[in-house]
Design a protein around this ligand. Structure first.
Ligand SMILES: Cc1cc2nc3c(=O)[nH]c(=O)nc-3n(C[C@H](O)[C@H](O)[C@H](O)COP(=O)(O)OP(=O)(O)OC[C@H]3O[C@@H](n4cnc5c(N)ncnc54)[C@H](O)[C@@H]3O)c2cc1C
Length: 422
């Protein structure tokens, strides 16, 4: 039976980074991945910041970049808000997620991590009196049992590890669908489309991939505020009927890909309910969750790569420390550390998401119109940040028109807060 200090379930960005940092800290580390190939299937628009690329610590990023973006155009029904990247340090990139994930895995391998592909973890248990967790996996060679002191659940949205550990960090999900196809894009600008009939509870996007005139077009919906539960129905209509899209979209090269994004239940350190944790300590062993499995995503944009990498580093280091010192109490630091890093951002993002769920198309028009004013564009250039959005959103609320819009929706917001339940 294979025994490790740390076993990471899932070879996405969060898992690869967690494994790399566990190995770096001296722990024998294994990644167990259910897929036959790392990075497949891609369920991502691949839009990340320059900061996220740096956080990946990859040396040669050129082969994984589709396009460097000049900014974003946000379109409501009647207005258009054009935001340009103000400086190179705030650049955004469209990346090839499959190559990105594989490069992260290679870095982990270089650090001494073992990788077991084609192996789906089905069960985690602790035998009576044993200070190790036993993972049962269905592998290409049949059933395999693996042992570890610390297990890191990096198995994505709807994490089995979270479920088996009784850790419920998310109850709700955004349902997403995307297609890659021929599209005459707006230069190198990402396009965001907001409207209740376009993508209720979220937005639609078109991410240009560069010279080939190919783009990723997709959307997410929050079923709790949508008249229909299928995102595919919205995407088909968006591609066929949206005046800005229908004339520029020339059909896809492949089929639709569907995925989900977790909506965190809570982020505060103090107010959390039992079970809403990303750490489970048992006698002599423990479980941590990271990335989508821990709902470490930005509720405003659904982006999870940057937070997953950041929290992966924390998880890996702490898992190694706990297993090498045989002190599982150390695992508690993980919860404190990652929530200190991004907890407030996620908590604020949840408020914006709730508000988005109740606003109507006239409100979205007002927001785009107000933000198009020169003074507001300057504030966006100064404070806008893809990874840390709370600052600029708070700043928006100083504008009298937006303050009035928010105030006018307070009652509905409070009602939605109870109804949405997060
Ligand atoms: C349509 C869509 C668009 C998105 N666009 C963006 C974007 O533009 N930018 C951005 O930052 N984020 C985006 N995201 C979110 C982003 O994709 C995730 O946040 C990110 O992939 C999370 O990484 P992860 O490593 O935590 O999980 P994942 O990347 O999901 O990796 C989990 C891994 O675990 C494996 N696994 C699952 N169960 C098991 C098991 N039982 N045993 C073994 N292995 C298992 C899976 O095969 C997978 O390889 C998007 C998401 C969707 C759905």
């Amino acid at each position: 039976m294979l025994k490790y200090d740390v076993i990471v379930v899932g070879a996405g960005p969060s898992g690869c980074m967690a494994a790399k940092y566990a190995a770096k800290a001296g722990a024998s580390t294994l990644i167990v991945e259910k897929g036959a190939e790392i990075g497949e299937p891609v369920q991502c628009a691949g839009l990340i910041s320059k900061r996220a690329l740096e956080e990946s610590e990859l040396k040669d990023v050129k082969p994984l970049i589709n396009n460097e973006l000049k900014g974003a155009i946000v379109r409501s029904h009647s207005y258009e808000l054009r935001i340009e990247v103000p400086s190179p340090d705030k650049s955004a990139f469209a990346i090839k997620r499959d190559i990105f994930d594989r490069a992260l895995a290679e870095d982990a391998l270089k650090e001494g991590v073992d990788v077991l592909l084609n192996s789906k973890v089905k069960k985690i248990k602790r035998e009576e009196g044993e200070a190790k967790l036993t993972l049962s996996a269905d592998t290409a060679a049949g059933k395999e049992e693996l042992k570890a002191t610390v297990v890191i659940g990096a198995d994505g949205v709807r994490s089995k590890v979270a479920n088996m550990a009784g850790l419920n960090v998310t109850k709700h999900f955004l349902n997403c669908v995307q297609v890659e196809g021929e599209y005459k894009s707006a230069d190198a600008f990402a396009e965001i489309f907001i409207g209740r009939d376009i993508a209720p509870g979220f937005f639609a996007w078109a991410i240009p991939l560069g010279a080939e005139k190919i783009a990723r077009l997709g959307l997410c919906i929050d079923k709790r505020c949508s008249p229909h539960p299928s995102p595919l129905r919205f995407l088909k209509r968006f591609l066929a009927e949206h005046p800005d899209i229908a004339k520029r979209y020339k059909g896809s090269r492949a089929g639709f890909t569907a995925g989900a994004i977790p909506i965190p239940t809570d982020t505060g350190l103090k107010r959390r309910m039992p079970g809403q944790s990303t750490v489970r300590i048992q006698e002599g062993c423990g479980i941590l969750l990271v990335g989508d499995a821990a709902a470490q995503v930005k509720p405003i944009t659904g982006g999870g790569v940057y937070y997953g990498l950041k929290c992966g580093k924390i998880a890996g280091g702490i898992a190694a420390e706990a297993s090498l010192s045989n002190d599982m109490g150390v695992l508690r630091d993980y919860e404190t550390q990652w929530r200190n890093e991004i907890g407030k951002e996620i908590a604020f993002g949840l408020k914006v998401h709730r508000l988005r769920c109740i606003l109507n198309d006239r409100d979205f028009d007002t927001i785009c119109r107000v933000l198009s004013q020169e003074e507001m564009l300057q504030r966006i250039a100064k404070h806008g940040d893809m990874d840390y959005q709370a600052h600029v959103f708070r700043d928006f609320l100083k504008n009298p028109s937006l303050m009035k819009l928010a105030a006018g929706n307070v009652i509905r917001y409070l009602y939605a807060k109870r109804r949405l339940g997060n």
